[in-house]
Design a protein around this ligand. Sequence first.
Ligand SMILES: Nc1ncnc2c1ncn2[C@@H]1O[C@H](COP(=O)(O)OP(=O)(O)OP(=O)(O)O)[C@@H](O)[C@H]1O
Ligand SMILES: [Mg+2]
Length: 342
Amino acid sequence: MSQYDYIKDIAKFGLENDQEGLLTVLNDLIEYSKKSKKINFAIQLQSILKEAIHQKQSKSLTKVGSDTYYNRIEEREVGELILEKLTSDYSFENIVVEKTVKKQLDYFLMEHQSAELLRKFDLPISNKVLLHGESGCGKTLASYVIAGELKKMMVVVNLGAIVSSKLGETSKNLAKIFKKAALEECIIFIDEFDSLGKVRDYNQDHGEMKRVVNTILQLFDYLPQDSIVIAATNQKEMVDEALLRRFDLSIEFALPDTEKIKELVKLTLKNGQFKFDKPNSVNLIIKFAQGLSYYSIQKTLVTAIKRSLFDQVGKAENIKSTISTSVWRELIEEEKSALGKH
Ligand SMILES: Nc1ncnc2c1ncn2[C@@H]1O[C@H](COP(=O)(O)OP(=O)(O)OP(=O)(O)O)[C@@H](O)[C@H]1O
Ligand SMILES: [Mg+2]
């Protein structure tokens, strides 16, 4: 679906007063926006939706001063800071990673899958991992894989959004999120972990930022062994040294080399459902695509697949799942020049 299709559906359900339909299409649009990297729009839409749902719920009577009243306020405050709470069906099959990264991730998972063994020998369990490296190379995806492999719920905390909206309340808010996550045995995924460093750069409230860093240090130091924190950043150099030291594990996600691009292509072609019209030129294109992120390469390939399908509409009776190699090459060229990579 395109953005326009969503708008049409929203208009239709809105005018028909079909609340359920409206909620479904709004949620779909949020997912779609996240996938197409319109994260800010997705966050805004999500908070509009949450606010509306809260208002609806609070119409049922609650006694002011009662526990439910206070819980509700707290729930709302924490809810606003959490971008989403999710369960994941992702596994290692959905991600292409270097051998070294796979090994690091495997061992990290084992810390939790074999926690009993470690406890028996009185060994500490690693539970703080930093994912860093180029944008679009699988940090967020890897967090979904960890959640999926461990079959745990995950709360996604956007540190950038918290810091930019209410720096003064960040410490308190983070403490609340950690408490809630520990109670519910969720993984905490802190995205844009470099945002605190940026505050320093923008020359905003220096003292407040230090307080937030100290809060995170404390939350990390007192993190229960069975809780897990995953932080991600594409600007590791912006992160405070003291914070970096707290992580048990730091994993780098780099741009793909030709071997990894090949694996990504295979994954994207759904292991053979789609085929190239000129298989012999594919290797050359893969070489040409070097320097781009997994995200960019996958995006151009998916677009090439769609265009190859569209180009047959009205011409052929049986639409073939063949990809035009030259269309893909052109798209890669466009992507490279758009990103200033030659
Ligand atoms: N290593 C990978 N293997 C397979 N697909 C990938 C990989 N990296 C990225 N992708 C594709 O690109 C999309 C975006 O990647 P992801 O959100 O994980 O990037 P990121 O490293 O978190 O980037 P950013 O720093 O911008 O947040 C993924 O949903 C996936 O479709
Ligand atoms: Mg990410």
